[in-house]
Write a protein that binds this ligand. Structure first.
Ligand code: G4P
Length: 544
């Protein structure tokens, strides 16, 4: 299971671009996935702290904000002030630039999370030691697997009573069909927690049994029977957690970088984000094992990060991040080339050039104009509605990144406007929000009542809160006669014409002009599908 220097070095060097002066830093672009409450916020803070981005844990997410961050729609409001610090966080440590992309934990915002995951090269999966794998972790893991994103596992809260490490590793193996390799081991848990032993680093962090003090400096150890380890923990040879650690060292397979990179194996780190145990090992693991920028799926062919021309795609849009300026910021992942401030890039959707006058980097507490960005970096592009989620920007044109998903909304509502004179403004506001990716707007082919579609109910709250706060338009929602929506894939024009003529009353266009079938219920949808076997009714659509 131990990693020798050579294998570690191999993975590390693989990620390093040639040091030619303009590329001094390697990138690690990653996300943290977890079920709410597993400790993602705490871990993010501690990683920023370990990485030297903040001087004191607690600097980024003030306690009040953190508590409110429980419900992510409130977080959207709350974080408006600090969203620049939480959507993407960039920090540098030991010659590596880390780009940490925030993913909302609440399932109602999963669409946003799925899109964000298209922009990362690896992910940390945080698991609560007392709860094991929870529903949202499983869902997010599946998205990672679908996209081939390798996972580093962090089992958190070992300072509390939890499931046994073996049971947790078994659960990961069984539920996620992943080979697990413990890279560290908890020396006891809960009241018996005495520290973390790292097989990988041959170091240990020992807990003072008398207190809940934060993690002390590591000590070097020769093995599980090292006298310093025994003296520091008050344990004796033969104590069960030492025996378990020895057993684990023998029982699990060796860490294989290739198996990790193909998504078949996960290195597992134990720790306590709250008390900062295991966090430095996790940061080291990101440096050693997490993948450097990877080729990105695109048409006509995947784009290699080493390509000499600039390209990137917009995976997220955030409006009005600064309440004083009604700006919108598009988050773009740079996929190839060296992006320089002032460059003009081609937008493949509109065919127009866009000047990058003020590309932004998102630092832990701040945002700053950047002069240059490399593959793996995330830049913010302020704009007034010229960019949309899914847009490809490139120096040469003729490229379209693929794989950004849209999910058919599960909740459809009509908007009730308190002041009917403001219908135009309301439509503008809804289109803005749709372009951000928060909602879908459907314009029926027959009739004039627009329908709004969302994946989760909390999105409706976000829409009404933002409509009032940002556009001065108080709105309510009312039921529509439709229950579900499907995008359509119709193979030829003649069929398209016949289908539209026959189904006109049930059709709408979404905010991008794509045709959508609105069904009153599952039965109607099934019947229409049966009647039109050559038409595909899509629940997930790729933005191309
Ligand atoms: P989330 O972003 O994944 O939703 O989780 P968050 O970090 O907010 O953590 C959820 C709760 O778990 C918080 O407690 C946090 O302090 C606690 N926690 C996180 N990591 C650890 C750990 O390693 N050990 C222990 N014992 N607790 C941990 P809370 O009481 O709900 O909130 P707060 O008042 O502490 O902010």
């Amino acid at each position: 299971m131990l990693i020798d220097d050579a294998s570690t070095k191999g993975t590390e060097d693989a990620g390093k671009p040639a040091e030619n002066g303009s590329q001094p830093l390697v990138r690690r672009t990653f996300a943290i996935i977890s079920h709410p409450d597993a400790g993602k916020t705490t871990l993010t803070e501690k990683l920023l702290y370990e990485g030297g981005a903040i001087r004191e844990a607690g600097e980024v997410f003030a306690k009040g904000n953190r508590r409110r961050a429980r419900s992510d729609w409130m977080a959207i409001e709350q974080r408006r002030g600090i969203s620049v610090t939480s959507s993407v966080m960039t920090f540098e440590n030991d010659g590596i630039r880390f780009n940490l992309l925030d993913t909302p934990g609440h399932e109602d915002f999963s669409e946003d999370t799925y899109r964000t995951l298209t922009a990362v090269d690896s992910a940390i999966m945080v698991i609560d030691a007392a709860k094991g794998i929870e529903a949202q972790t499983l869902k997010l893991f599946e998205v990672c697997r679908l996209r081939g994103i390798p996972i580093i596992t962090f089992i958190n809260k070992v300072d509390r009573e939890g499931l046994s490490p073996f049971a947790l590793l078994d659960e990961i193996g069984d539920k996620l069909a992943l080979d697990t390799v413990p890279m560290s081991w908890p020396l006891g848990m809960g009241g018996m927690f005495r520290g973390i032993y790292s097989f990988e680093e041959k170091r240990a962090w020992l807990a003072d049994k008398a207190s809940n003090a934060p993690c002390p400096a590591a000590i070097a150890v020769t093995g599980l029977d090292d006298p310093a380890l025994l003296a520091g923990t008050g344990m004796r040879a033969g104590d069960s957690s030492l025996d378990d650690a020895a057993l684990a060292a023998d029982a699990f397979p060796e860490f294989l970088p290739a198996a990790f990179q193909s998504g078949d194996m996960t290195p597992v780190y134990f720790g306590s984000a709250l008390r900062n145990y295991g966090v430095s090992s996790l940061l080291a693991a990101l440096m050693r094992h997490a993948l450097p920028p990877q080729p990105q799926p695109a048409l006509p062919e995947p784009i290699d990060p080493a390509a000499d021309h600039v390209s990137g795609f917009v995976f997220k849009m955030q409006a009005n991040m600064d309440p004083n300026h009604r700006d919108r910021v598009a988050f773009m992942r740079v996929c190839s080339g060296t992006l320089k401030r002032g460059m003009k890039l081609d937008n493949s959707r509109t065919g127009k050039k866009l000047g990058l006058h003020n590309p932004i980097f998102f630092l832990a507490r701040d945002r700053a104009i950047t002069e240059e960005a490399l593959p793996g970096d995330i830049v913010g592009i302020p704009n007034h509605g010229t960019l949309r989620v899914g847009d490809t920007l490139s120096e040469r044109g003729g490229i379209q990144f693929t794989g950004l998903p849209d999910f058919a909304p599960e909740i459809l509502r009509r908007i009730r406007l308190n002041d009917p004179m403001k219908i135009k403004q309301m439509r503008r506001a809804m289109l803005d929000l749709a372009e951000e990716g928060i909602a879908r707007v459907f314009r029926p082919l027959v009739g004039s009542n627009w329908i709004i579609g969302v994946v989760g109910a909390l999105q409706l709250e976000v829409i009404s809160t933002r409509s009032e706060a940002e556009y001065g338009l108080p709105i309510d929602f009312e039921a529509t006669m439709y229950e579900t929506a499907r995008w359509l894939d119709i193979p030829d024009d003649a069929l398209n014409k016949r289908f539209v003529a026959a189904q006109r009353a049930n059709l709408a266009e979404d905010e991008g002009g794509a045709l959508v079938f609105l069904a009153r219920n599952a039965w109607e949808l099934a019947r229409t599908q049966k009647e039109w076997p050559d038409v595909r009714f899509l629940t997930v659509r790729e933005r191309v």
